[in-house]
Design a protein around this ligand. Structure first.
Ligand code: UDP
Length: 477
């Protein structure tokens, strides 16, 4: 039998918005290459995905694609906010792991018309997936959807601990960190992943991150959502630990680029777990060129009601137009927000637009958008980079603190506002981003946007790495 038609890839994302989106994009790239793909989603998230998007009919055009679901052991209050996310891992370990093993050993994923699974691509945080894959003898590739600069700090955690840099000594978060190879002295304590601020080494997230990176090199390969031209220094360091490295990003751009070359392909489908409010696109159409700052803190981060008011005053006082995503349940203590001052309500009516979820990629690509106040989740950072939109960074957890340092100091794409939430500072930084330093940021943003797009176009680095990944998957037959 021809090896393409014999290959059957099982894709298993972490059940969270960012990883699900990355894995759906990768799945579609594999479908376009003719591979058989099963996408394994947890039950709650799958229902949300189906109710918020037309993803099922979008994938119906690929006869060799199929969705499967598996339980995650959690109650229905999903998606959860960042503070509850570690419960997800307990649920996955207790409930999903045995079901996953059963699924692979029973052969329930194959049938007369479907070949047995020949390869698994799982999120790198699904530590148990590799154990199960090894037990059943199926090769597994990990896809780590966080940033490579963030991931590299995970790889250096054991060194940081050995060198006594973790847990932090003293209270000076500006103290330089020496044990992250390639970033010596450049990263400060405050720029390390959020869980490094834990007071002792028994912190769950810290221990989990160490376990994750110890596991990764055992996989057949490591897929990353970046492009060589952006992250080569870390990629070459990581290659010494994981020789089969596939930097194939920005993953969301492959299909768009292909669509430009082959207009008969269907436009990309939404992958949102919340209903996208398209009214903001109509609002954007009425705004002048690069006049709007877009604000979103992603799918997991939250802010307090006090922080909400600081942001609101800062934005209004900057005088700029704004499009603000306020995700349901993203304001902690929302019911404690007192009466909103009249000047905020009037200014918002005049030059603001608030939605509960936006079609973010379209928003960032809109000519009216001139800046992005972001939590620097890796997907948001890449999406902004591809569209050449400068960023004001307010990181919240995991890799985001590393990302915001790179956005401001290495890629020169914006300003890092971490650990600050004050209306006067916000007003000044919005003005700096949108007016005072705009040309400086736009210059770097345009250069990196061009490199990102080149990387996924024919013969670009990510295009070739994706091709290589597909060839390696087919060769496993
Ligand atoms: N997103 C969206 N609409 C919104 C806010 C976010 O479509 O209103 C998408 C965004 O395009 C990105 C993802 O949600 O792809 C968030 O992923 P990211 O890695 O930036 O952050 P996380 O949610 O994982 O913290």
């Amino acid at each position: 039998m021809d090896p393409i038609s014999s290959s059957h890839v099982l894709i298993f994302p972490l059940p969270l918005q960012g990883p699900i989106k990355c894995m759906l994009k990768l799945s579609e790239c594999l479908c376009l290459a003719g591979l058989e793909v099963t996408f394994l989603n947890t039950v709650h998230y799958h229902h949300r995905l189906l109710s918020c998007t037309d993803i099922q009919s979008h994938f119906a055009r690929y006869p060799r694609f199929r969705f499967e679901t598996i339980a995650d052991g959690l109650t229905e209050d999903n998606p959860r906010t960042a503070d509850l996310v570690m419960e997800l891992f307990d649920g996955l370990e207790a409930m999903t792991k045995p079901l996953f093993r059963e699924m692979l050993t029973s052969g329930s994923l194959s049938s007369e018309s479907r070949r047995p699974v020949t390869c698994i691509i799982a999120d790198a945080m699904l530590i148990f997936a590799l154990d199960v894959a090894e037990q059943v003898g199926i090769p597994l590739f990990y896809f780590d959807t966080i940033s490579p600069c963030g991931l590299w700090t995970y790889f250096c955690l054991p060194k940081l601990i050995d060198a006594g840099e973790l847990p932090f000594k003293g209270n000076d978060l500006d103290a330089p960190i020496k044990s992250v190879q390639g970033m010596e002295g450049f990263l400060r304590q405050r720029d390390l992943p959020s869980f490094c601020r834990a007071s002792d080494l028994t912190d769950y997230q810290l221990k989990f991150a160490v376990m994750e990176i110890q596991q990764v090199p055992r996989a057949r390969g490591l897929i990353l959502n970046t492009f060589k031209e952006l992250d080569e220094p870390f990629l070459s360091q990581m290659r010494s630990l994981c020789p089969n490295l596939y930097p194939i990003g920005p993953i969301h751009t492959h299909l768009k680029t292909r669509l430009n070359a082959e207009p008969t392909l269907p436009p990309p489908s939404s992958t949102s777990l919340w209903q996208e409010d398209q009214s903001c696109m109509i609002w954007l159409n009425a705004q002048p060129f690069k006049s709007v700052i877009y604000i979103s803190i992603g799918s997991l981060s939250t802010m307090t009601s006090d922080q909400l008011m600081e942001f609101w005053h800062g934005l209004v006082n900057s005088g700029h137009r704004f499009l603000w995503v306020r995700r349901p349940n993203s304001i902690v203590g929302e019911n404690r927000v007192g009466p909103i001052p009249k000047e905020l309500l009037e200014a918002t009516k005049e030059r603001g637009c608030i939605v509960s979820w936006a079609p973010q990629e379209d928003v960032l690509a809109h000519p009216a958008v001139g800046g992005f106040l972001t939590h620097t989740g890796w997907n948001s950072t890449l999406e902004s980079m591809v569209e050449g939109v400068p960023m004001l960074c307010w990181p919240s957890f995991v890799d985001q603190h590393v990302n915001s340092r790179f956005v401001s100091e290495v890629w020169k794409l914006g300003i890092d506002m971490k650990d600050t939430c004050d209306r006067v500072v916000i007003e000044k930084m919005v003005k700096d981003l949108m007016d005072v330093r705009r040309d400086e940021f736009l210059q770097s943003a345009e250069r990196l946007a061009k490199l990102a797009k080149q990387s996924v176009s024919e013969s670009g680095s990510s295009f070739c790495n994706l091709k290589c990944l597909i060839e390696d998957i087919i060769r496993l037959m």
